[in-house]
Design a protein around this ligand. Structure first.
Ligand code: EPU
Length: 420
């Protein structure tokens, strides 16, 4: 079904909005259930399209899944009946590749598609393949993906030539049941990885170094049952803070962990935002004129690439010139064409850099959501703009944000979903 959002922008927002569980933690924890035949209970799972696809993939592999009340899943991978990750669904999700390591550990073989995900750049797979090889797996190229085989997974020392979130997670999940001690160097430090490691350790894994570039994993024979509560989504939290500022509305964002957003909050304050930062909330205390600041995306704890698009929207409302430098993905700035059509003044210097001149008045229009994060950025722009906007391809927003229109209506936004 082709669904759209119809937005009447320029309204002041008010009240509180609560942050849901982290997409990029939940996707990994759910996939990791393949490591054990014991039951796991996972709560605070966001009800979003990428989670639904992950559940479908796990069920196709034979995982028994019971969904309790909203956001609680019980999973048990006792009878894995297939070692092939469904190609149709798997290629739509980057995180599907995380099921390969556990399947290799449990079944000695895994077949997986070229994992897709957002179209935000080349998104190569070399690190995964090199990593699986380092563990002793044999790799065969198939028509649509790869087949990896290993009688026994051998612990290894693996140095990532560059920092990759999913590749770090994939190697952790491959090493948990390997024989011996694996050492990962130049690993990613994102809070989602720390949360995954903490839960695996709770279930009996032996992993040290979470949140640092060197992670050591002493292989164990099995993982036991466990309960995991998914941490708050820092990207959703940051997007809501930016929304309040862009819509010049003193809203309160609750159920978040400000420690996961330190660089964003620092830069917002540098831009002149008046924020009250609590233990688990951020309040926009008063609306102040903003001044332009530059950002440069970086692996955690740097400025997250997933907040680059929302921040760029905010800079259209700040006085002066901002340089937005997207260092991680080369296809993540094209949404700025839509911002210009709304009335923003941005110039793309090259595929990695955009200059924004603000402040500019934005006026609503028709847009198409290109990916999850640019999608929420266009939604923020539409809410900040005067007049009506239509955003098409909202599947790309539903992939990452639960029930977004109802939650935005809760703080006074005029947004409706149109089903055609
Ligand atoms: N890279 C390689 N070779 C590889 C893998 C990655 O060269 O084999 C490069 C990428 O091209 C990129 C860089 O490494 O230039 C870093 O990409 P990374 O692998 O860290 O990204 P990812 O794991 O594919 C995850 C998130 C993204 C988020 C990035 C960066 C998930 C499912 N996805 O992607 O989230 O933008 O890390 O933080 O965790 C989103 O949630 O909307 C999203 C796109």
């Amino acid at each position: 079904m082709n669904e759209k959002f119809l937005i009447e922008g320029g309204k002041k927002l008010k009240g509180e909005i609560s942050v849901k569980g982290s997409k990029n933690t939940a996707l990994k924890v759910l996939s990791a259930c393949l490591l054990t035949d014991e039951p796991w209970t996972v709560s605070n799972v966001p009800q979003i399209e990428d989670i639904f696809r992950t559940i479908e993939l796990l069920e196709k592999l034979g995982v028994k899944i019971t969904k309790h009340e909203s956001g609680i899943y019980e999973l048990q991978a006792k009878n894995i009946k297939s070692n092939q990750i469904d190609f149709q669904i798997g290629q739509r999700l980057k995180s599907s590749i995380l099921m390969a390591g556990p399947l290799l550990a449990r079944k000695g073989v895994a077949e997986f598609p070229h994992p897709g995900g957002c179209v935000i750049g080349q998104r190569p797979r070399d690190l995964f393949l090199d990593g699986f090889k380092a563990f002793g797996a044999e790799i065969k190229i198939k028509k649509q993906g790869w087949k990896i085989t290993a009688k026994k997974i051998k612990a290894c020392k693996f140095i990532f030539p560059l920092v990759s979130v999913t590749a770090t997670e994939a190697m952790i999940l491959t090493a948990v049941l390997a024989r011996g001690k694996t050492i990962l160097k130049n690993a990613a430090c994102e809070p989602e990885i720390v949360a995954l490691i903490n839960f695996l350790n709770f279930c009996g894994a032996k992993i040290v170094g979470a949140g640092s570039p060197t992670i050591e994993i002493e292989g164990v024979k099995y993982l036991k049952k466990g309960k995991c509560q998914i941490i708050p989504d820092r990207i959703e939290a940051g997007s809501f803070v930016i929304l309040g500022l862009a819509a010049k509305s003193p809203i309160k964002i609750i159920n978040l962990n400000p420690e996961h957003l330190e660089v964003l909050l620092l830069l917002l304050e540098k831009a002149g935002a008046d924020l009250k930062i609590g233990k688990d909330h951020v309040l926009i205390n008063s609306i102040q004129p903003l001044k332009a600041v530059d950002i440069r995306t970086h692996e955690y704890p740097g400025f997250p690439t997933d907040l680059q698009a929302p921040f760029t929207v905010l800079m259209t409302q700040a006085k002066g010139l901002s340089l937005i430098h997207e260092t991680i993905f080369e296809g993540r700035l094209f949404y700025t064409d839509f911002l210009n059509q709304l009335g923003a003044k941005t110039i793309m210097a090259d595929p990695h850099r955009v200059i924004v001149q603000g402040p500019t008045k934005l006026c609503g229009r028709r847009m198409i959501s290109p990916d999850i994060r640019a999608g929420i950025a266009l939604l923020i722009a539409a809410l900040a703009a005067k007049g009506q906007s239509i955003i098409e391809n909202v599947y790309q927003i539903d992939r990452g944000y639960e029930n977004i229109e109802e939650r935005l209506q809760g703080i006074g936004a005029n947004i409706r979903r149109i089903k055609e």
